[in-house]
Ligand binder design. Structure first.
Ligand SMILES: Cc1cc2nc3c(=O)[nH]c(=O)nc-3n(C[C@H](O)[C@H](O)[C@H](O)COP(=O)(O)O)c2cc1C
Length: 179
């Protein structure tokens, strides 16, 4: 075996980061909010279905349970500081759209707003909350998706823990059978 040492179990998540850090927007009682999420997973292609881990300590958990709607907004590196700020604060205390200078736009199929500054936006409906109590997992279906095709090199950010992020960089093409 190569020279390896034991890794604390609390740090395992840093090796399995699932994809770009995203911003989950919700709306309840006329109040829009944003939370930052890095723990998510694609489950199906079409309709697209995702699993989202949303902690019951934040207010997004309760809103999502009640309204069963959200948008998942995909930011690029230019927004990184605002993304982290939305993950370090709670909608219980502040209006994050105002505080961090983000623009809510009406969505087509859900009441939750789209975040205009993000290069892609997914309108989602919660289709299963069976795992929410035990694992904070919400299963959502994407019912409408938007993308800014004028962005030629959207560089998403990926969370490696403890304030460290990797920015999308080099692209390689291989003959993969996965669509
Ligand atoms: C980079 C980053 C990634 C995060 N990923 C998640 C996540 O996947 N799931 C989660 O529940 N919280 C995650 N958080 C923490 C929430 O964004 C944070 O608890 C937030 O304050 C919740 O806001 P709310 O109370 O307005 O819902 C993350 C925070 C940061 C900074």
């Amino acid at each position: 075996m190569a020279k390896k040492t034991s890794l604390p179990l609390s740090k395992v998540y840093r090796l399995i980061e699932p994809g770009p850090v995203v911003m989950v927007a919700t709306s309840s009682g006329g109040r829009a909010n944003i939370m930052t999420m890095s723990w998510h997973m694609m489950i199906d292609f079409e309709p697209p279905v995702l699993a989202c881990v949303i902690s019951n300590r934040g207010c997004t958990f309760d809103v999502l349970r009640k309204t069963r709607e959200c948008t998942i907004n995909i930011p690029t590196v230019e927004l990184a500081k605002k993304v982290v700020a939305c993950g370090n604060t709670s909608g219980r205390d502040i209006d994050k759209f105002k505080k961090f200078g983000l623009t809510p736009c009406p969505a087509a199929c859900v009441h939750a707003p789209l975040i205009d500054e993000c290069y892609a936006n997914l309108e989602c409906k919660v289709i299963d909350t069976k795992l929410a109590t035990q694992y904070n997992i919400f299963i959502v279906e994407v019912v409408k998706a938007w993308i800014d095709r004028s962005r030629k090199d959207p560089r998403t950010i990926h969370h490696h823990g403890n304030g460290k992020f990797v920015v999308d960089g080099e692209t390689i093409k291989l003959a993969s059978k996965m669509k």
